[in-house]
Design a protein around this ligand. Sequence first.
Ligand SMILES: NC(=O)c1ccc[n+]([C@@H]2O[C@H](COP(=O)([O-])OP(=O)(O)OC[C@H]3O[C@@H](n4cnc5c(N)ncnc54)[C@H](O)[C@@H]3O)[C@@H](O)[C@H]2O)c1
Length: 373
Amino acid sequence: MNRRVFQLARISAQRCRLSGPIHTCGVPHCVISASIGQCHGDCEGGAHAHIERDHRRVRLTGYRRPGRAGTTHPFLLIAKRKLKLKTRLRAGLTALVDPGILKRPVIHIREREPSPAFDNLLLAGKNVLITGAGRNIGRSIATEMASQGANIFYTDIERNSCEKLQQELASYPVHSKGFVSDISKTQDIDSLYDTLSKDNVYIDTLIHNVGIHFTTIGIRNLDLNEWNKTFQGNVFGPLYLTKKISEAMKVRQTDGSIIFLSSIHQWTIRSIPSYSASKAAVGMIIKELAAELAPFGIRVNGIAPGFVLEQETGDPKYYERALLHRSSINPRYIGRAAVYLASGYFSRFTTGTVLKIDGGLSLYSAHSDRYLP
Ligand SMILES: NC(=O)c1ccc[n+]([C@@H]2O[C@H](COP(=O)([O-])OP(=O)(O)OC[C@H]3O[C@@H](n4cnc5c(N)ncnc54)[C@H](O)[C@@H]3O)[C@@H](O)[C@H]2O)c1
């Protein structure tokens, strides 16, 4: 079987006009791949083809990177889950018994992603403050918002992460500045706020991204110190910063947007009660503040992600429990949700809501099996 798969990978690579060695790409469910340079997001040649196998199926895909035309053989389209299984099986069998069909390629242009820079300018000229933006979700929010024209001000507790993001944001024609600042310390928040005010930076969108969690499980291991730290970072610090920024928004009559990164575990268990309880608190804070600040035109909303992770290659990770796409969520989709909630164009009438982005994970209790006998 592997030999056959290997041949198909070679053929699909040819159809995508790829050259170079065929090698396995290292993703656990990917059996074999053909690529130029490194597999997945890193291939500067702009394309790769690979075959994935998970518990249920063998999957063959071939594509070029977003924004470029790619060549995909019809056989590759059988990998599309939208098609009925029967249709896909029949197409697969036909192609296997009649390799001649593989000689008739069609040009297939993948749906084009919006250009990363200035396609829409939904947030042109807005000043955004993001906490904990050094990596993962916070970083993606920063880059997605910068690509919509927002000036990015951000914090992180790690100096290195701040500097790295600064380099990345330098490629966008917007203002950006990072601050090494700890959201759980009121003195850090005061000094952050004073510096922004001194520089005449007035915030239009505030994003509370920092999320602290410990892994202690079970009431028998209760550690109130951990609870204090969790609530300090996830609830009290953000509240203190919100007070300062919202007061300034009121004075300047800014139609502001305040966004809290919550979690699906504001509703479902995570077996880390300090974390889920802090997110549940965030859920109510969103509603309370939304009602209080609505008369001033300030909107308060939340985003509740499921499992967000991108691998070093830039790809999501196979995750069986997420019903939709069976993968972790690439953080850029959380960034785009933040763009939505920050943009009056889309969400002028949206306040007090929490937008769930979890690939269907919370449609059933993903952690309930822990409690099964
Ligand atoms: N990643 C997920 O799967 C997931 C799922 C649901 C919700 N969330 C929520 O999304 C938010 C971001 O998650 P993430 O996975 O990107 O987090 P992360 O831990 O990967 O990154 C958090 C960033 O915040 C910084 N940070 C930590 N403590 C800080 C502090 N006290 N002050 C300032 N910066 C600090 C870290 O250095 C890091 O750069 C969190 O609120 C988290 O609870 C994440």
